[in-house]
Design a protein around this ligand. Structure first.
Ligand code: FPP
Length: 246
């Protein structure tokens, strides 16, 4: 039986978040520059987005550029920004054709103006799409996101818009970049690293984790299916006992 046939489409993760890692090592293994890895990484992005949409996953969030990634060599940062612009231009048609809505989270003001312009254009042109929401985490840091939420809420308290007693998880959630999205059900990280790297810390409270040694440019539909099959074998108890779930 093919891997795809083993997937139960009634039990898909509603929100899949991926830490795409290993582009640099992939290129190095081939004696190439890191840029080559990132370029090939965009192919895996396309394959993954299309496969998720076909499966019926509602939310796919990709960690494309972290706040910490600004510390990489200037040339690499510039290349990643260029790749982003060219991918957005190239993929707009595919997103429209597949009824996919583009969303972006992070400190978007820090992105170069040309990236912001391209991003906003694709977001605008896909905003009515309903099949899947593709969220790109760009200049994203989860601690910064939570800090910003705390500041916005504090400001509302100071201005008597809300009271301290009314602050609960929903209020905090509503002030995050991800306020429109559901909690993450499954986190996938490629390249054999087992860490979260400041990604969606609040939203992964009850997520399942899947780590694979595959480097991101080698990540295929089949690898995605393996991750989902692994997820479907887990019992998600949300703090309850196994008996309570059954
Ligand atoms: C991690 O590999 C990857 C990134 C920091 C960037 C991911 C970007 C892309 C896949 C291309 C553009 C994105 C979109 C959404 C079109 P790494 O460089 O950290 O690899 P290493 O750990 O092996 O050095």
């Amino acid at each position: 039986m093919s891997l795809l046939n083993k997937i139960n489409t009634d039990n898909l993760p509603k929100h899949l978040a991926i830490i795409m890692d290993g582009n640099g090592r992939w290129a190095k293994q081939k004696g190439m520059l890191r840029a080559f890895g990132h370029e090939n990484g965009t192919k895996s992005v396309r394959t993954t987005v299309e496969a998720c949409a076909r499966l019926g996953i509602e939310n796919l969030t990709l960690y494309a550029f972290s706040t910490e990634n600004w510390n990489r060599p200037k040339l690499e940062v510039e290349l990643l920004m260029k790749l982003l612009i060219s991918s957005l231009k190239k993929e707009l048609e595919t997103l429209v054709k597949n009824n996919i809505k583009l969303n972006a989270i992070g400190n978007l003001d820090n992105l170069p103006k040309v990236v912001q312009k391209e991003l906003l254009e694709v977001i605008e042109k896909t905003k009515m799409n309903t099949r899947m929401t593709l969220t790109l985490a760009l200049s994203y840091g989860s601690r910064e996101e939570i800090l910003n939420a705390v500041k916005k809420i504090s400001d509302k308290v100071k201005n008597n818009i809300i009271s301290i007693d009314s602050i609960d998880e929903t209020v905090l959630n509503n002030h995050l970049y991800t306020h429109d999205l559901t909690d993450v059900d499954l986190v996938v990280r490629t390249s054999g690293e087992h860490r979260i790297s400041n990604f969606l810390l609040w939203q992964i409270a009850y997520a399942e984790f899947y780590f694979t040694d595959v480097l991101w440019p080698d990540f295929t539909e089949e690898h995605l299916y393996e991750a989902i099959i692994s997820y479907q074998k887990r019992e998600r108890r949300f703090g309850k006992t196994s008996e309570q779930i059954k």
